[in-house]
Design a protein around this ligand. Structure first.
Ligand SMILES: [Zn+2]
Length: 444
């Protein structure tokens, strides 16, 4: 696919996340993603074109090429969400189930690893203090969302999944993609100087006076199509999903460019004479581009929601730590209330003993003075006894103060602890996270 097609598909995916009926439990995350995106949409053209303009990994990561495999009886095609047009077309393909082999390309791995790295980037962003040199900027992360959209979109271009090699260095491939790019360029107003779309009041590409019917159809479908959250019956993750897409994209290739003649004989001129072009080109294009929008929206939102789940987990862990700290404060106060009265009685007895010692030493000093003997030793003994008395009296005071503080604050601590536990329970409920007994601060 070409530059403006890629950028437009990314914008349409954003629009789908905002405008379609997102499942209830993902709605607030979807809203947050759209809000986050709005600040960075100017990068969409440069970002979604980066793989071609800079990475130049076209012969590996933009493709996953399938060819018939004559050494096997059959191959399994994944079951996918029913809403996918490519899947519906594939189910009626006479090549469904035919043995295939993958001869080239790692597109699915690329998409999987890119989506994972987006989640990692957000985690780093949240974990490091702002201003730290290793913190990725939001501009950078947004750019990576758009780069990711490129690889996802490419998987829907059937010729990216088809091992046939056409005449004139894949001229048919280029011809089809040019048709699509022209369609986008004629349908929207593009700010060529700034390498971005002009925007409508909602922040999406501003339509031209005449809009191509395929573009109209895609704009309509992205709102109306049901947003199916699960990856699909045979898909557990991004990789499985992209692999399924590539299988049905491969089946679509035989419809888009029929394989009833040798690939080397197919040129743009001969292709234009086929029924596939004359009768079905817009229909197939619509199916391909609708699914591309859907898949970009799906992979993006799944990655974003995984990050948000992690973020909620961190927030809940922080609240749990606060609740646990309150519980331990209560335990400390209760221990003081239980132990200090007896401790104070014991200390007071020690203080009385220490006072008696002081009195004895005072008397001894006085006797020495009266007798005109040296008083140095007696003075030292008295000072030492007074010192011991002061120490034990201080301990009595401290224990009394601690007891009073514990008695005064225990009710407040209990109220704060109950509030902290309630906060944890409420957040857990809001986030749909279950609190097991070990983690429940009430159970500590
Ligand atoms: Zn590409």
């Amino acid at each position: 696919m070409k530059k403006y097609t890629h950028a437009w598909l990314a914008m349409m995916a954003m629009k789908r996340i905002e405008k379609s009926a997102i499942p209830e439990d993902k709605k607030s995350d979807a809203k947050a993603l759209v809000k986050w995106f709005k600040d960075y949409r100017d990068f969409v053209i440069s970002g979604s074109w980066y793989p071609d303009s800079v990475f130049k990994d076209m012969s590996s990561s933009h493709i996953v090429k399938y060819e018939p495999d004559k050494t096997k009886e059959s191959s399994y095609f994944r079951r996918m969400p029913e809403t996918l047009g490519l899947y519906q077309m594939g189910l009626t393909s006479d090549k469904l189930g035919d043995a295939f082999k993958i001869t080239k390309g790692n597109l699915c791995d690329r998409v999987e690893s890119f989506a994972e790295s987006l989640i990692d980037s957000f985690k780093i962003l949240d974990s490091e203090a702002s201003g730290e040199p290793i913190v990725p900027s939001c501009n950078h992360i947004a750019m990576r969302f758009f780069i990711l959209s490129h690889y996802i979109a490419d998987c829907h271009m059937p010729l990216h999944c088809d091992g046939r090699s056409f005449a004139n260095s894949n001229a048919v491939h280029g011809f089809i993609e040019e048709q699509w790019d022209d369609m986008v360029r004629e349908s929207y107003q593009i700010d060529e100087d700034n390498n971005r779309f002009f925007y409508d009041p909602e922040g999406y590409p501003l339509k031209s006076e005449t809009v191509h019917p395929v573009v109209e159809a895609v704009e309509k479908e992205l709102v109306n199509r049901e947003f199916v959250w699960p990856w699909g019956p045979d898909c557990k993750n991004t990789w499985d999903y992209m692999s399924g897409i590539s299988q049905y994209s491969y089946l679509m290739a035989s419809r888009l460019v029929p394989d009833d003649r040798k690939p080397k004989d197919i040129t743009p001129a001969s292709y234009k004479k086929t029924d596939a072009y004359k009768e079905h080109f817009d229909e197939y294009t619509t199916i391909i581009l609708n699914d591309a929008v859907e898949s970009i929206a799906k992979v993006w939102l799944h990655a974003w929601c995984r990050y948000r789940d992690w973020w909620r987990g961190c927030e809940l862990a922080g609240l749990k730590a606060e609740a646990r700290a309150m519980v331990s404060e209560i335990a400390k106060a209760e221990k003081i209330i239980a132990e200090h009265p007896a401790m104070i009685t014991g200390l007071e007895a020690k203080a009385a003993e220490a006072l008696a010692k002081v009195e004895v030493k005072e008397a001894a000093l006085k006797a020495a003075r009266d007798a005109g003997r040296s008083t140095k030793t007696k003075e030292n003994e008295l000072a030492s006894a007074e010192n011991a008395l002061a120490k034990v009296r201080l301990k009595v005071e401290e224990s009394k103060e601690a007891l009073q503080y514990a008695l005064d604050s225990i009710n407040d601590l209990k109220a704060l602890s109950a509030a902290a536990a309630l906060k944890v329970a409420r957040k857990a409920k809001e986030y749909g996270i279950s609190l097991d007994d070990q983690d429940d601060p009430d159970a500590v």
